[in-house]
Design a protein around this ligand. Structure first.
Ligand code: NAD
Ligand code: TDX
Length: 331
């Protein structure tokens, strides 16, 4: 089995590559990544060239993606612009990579008749009020940000290519991931590294927004289950029952890092900030027998904090520029 992983130098993509490398020793992995600010080849250090190769290239480039898809058995498509705040500030790259890029991936798998798994997000469903039922595979799409609208657009393209051209594709929509190798622009790594640099964690608005946290390794095992056992044409939601308010997460990080739990500050809210996400993952659990390994969020969080403590050389180069961008936004 030779798989092509788009976006494999990013946070979840690289986690998936390492997961497959360990779990499926007879598979060959080819990564295609354009190395935006979010991609880093260091995320893939240590993989044997006999089992892995890397192409620096853009999924929007027809010739590049066509050649890479022709040369594999299956594609797992992670490549995307992923940060909601960036999408509110400058939406264009989101339309390019998430919509046009996914279109090019679909055209290539259609032409070469290859299996595709498309990685999406729970944000395509919009947000929930605290008492609402969790998202499931039948929840109507209702995206709110340029990020989630372009991810929703990419899902619709995949669904259309399945129906119109019988492309052999599956889709997964996962909740908020955390773990090693996540860019310091994202919530959890930002707060850990703020504390490590002697500053206070920063909560948007009142801190009562709820996210449903899953460890990136559990997301990877869910994707592998779908790739091997999923039914073509189907969508699967991946989640680990990890709902927490942002305030609870910041308090946990402060506590685990030996700080006063109240030692955070409130900053300007994100425009259009979604209130709550929550995943009902019954389908993947019952139909594919998948279950998460990290069932205790605090254990996973402690492991993640340790990783950032031990890998300052990995995150330091991104930190100053990231905080300068936040300063411009007043966050
Ligand atoms: P990330 O921003 O860390 O990584 C994205 C990767 O894609 C980077 O390596 C980047 O260089 C690459 N990339 C971007 N545009 C590209 C292009 N045009 N051509 C080739 N490569 C390109 O993102 P992530 O958090 O690892 O997310 C990966 C996927 O998972 C995305 O599709 C995202 O929507 C989805 N997802 C993320 C989360 C989350 O919590 N982070 C949750 C659910 C779903
Ligand atoms: O400094 C911060 N303070 C803060 O309170 C940051 C960076 C974020 N937040 C809040 C905003 C959100 O309510 O924390 C929550 C999580 O924020 P992000 O890490 O930006 O994630 P989110 O907007 O929820 O989107 C993430 O999960 C779904 C990923 O970035 C997406 O790619 C994925 O699809």
């Amino acid at each position: 089995m030779k798989i092509l992983v788009t976006g494999g130098a990013g946070f979840i993509g690289s986690n998936f590559v390492r997961f497959i490398y360990n779990e499926r020793p007879d598979w060959y992995i080819n990564v295609l990544d354009s190395l935006t600010y979010a991609g880093n080849t260091k995320n893939l250090d240590g993989l044997e060239p006999s089992r892995y190769s890397f192409i620096k290239g853009d999924i929007c480039d027809e010739a590049t993606i066509d050649a890479a898809v022709a040369d594999c058995d299956a594609v797992v498509h992670f490549a995307a612009e992923t940060h909601v705040d960036n999408s509110v500030h400058n939406p264009r790259p989101f339309v390019d990579s998430n919509i046009v890029g996914t279109f090019q991936v679909l055209e290539a798998v259609r032409k070469h008749n290859k299996r595709l798994h498309h990685i999406s997000t729970d944000e395509v469903y919009g947000d929930l009020e605290p008492g609402d039922s969790k998202f499931n595979e039948k929840t109507p799409y209702n995206p709110s940000s340029p990020y989630s609208a372009t991810k929703a657009g990419s899902d619709h393209l995949v669904q259309a290519w399945i129906r119109s051209f019988e492309v052999q594709a599956t889709i997964s929509n996962c909740s908020n991931n955390y773990g090693p190798y996540q860019h310091v622009e994202k919530f959890i790594p930002r707060q850990i590294t703020e504390i490590l640099e002697g500053r206070k964690p920063k909560l948007y608005g009142n801190g009562q927004n709820i996210r449903d946290w899953i460890h990136a390794e559990d997301h990877s095992s869910g994707v592998l289950a779908i790739l091997e056992k999923g039914k073509v044409g189907e969508t699967y939601l991946i989640g680990a029952n990890g709902e927490k308010t942002n305030q609870e997460v910041v308090e946990s990080i402060l506590g685990l890092m030996g700080k006063n739990k109240a030692d955070y500050e409130h900053v300007n809210d994100r425009p259009g900030h979604d209130l709550r996400y929550a995943i009902d993952s019954t389908k993947i659990r019952t139909e594919l027998g998948w279950q998460p390994r990290y069932t205790d969020f605090k254990d996973g969080l402690a492991q993640t904090i340790d990783w950032y403590k031990q890998n300052e050389a990995w995150w330091k180069p991104q930190k100053t520029q990231t905080e300068a961008k936040y300063k411009e936004l007043g966050r």
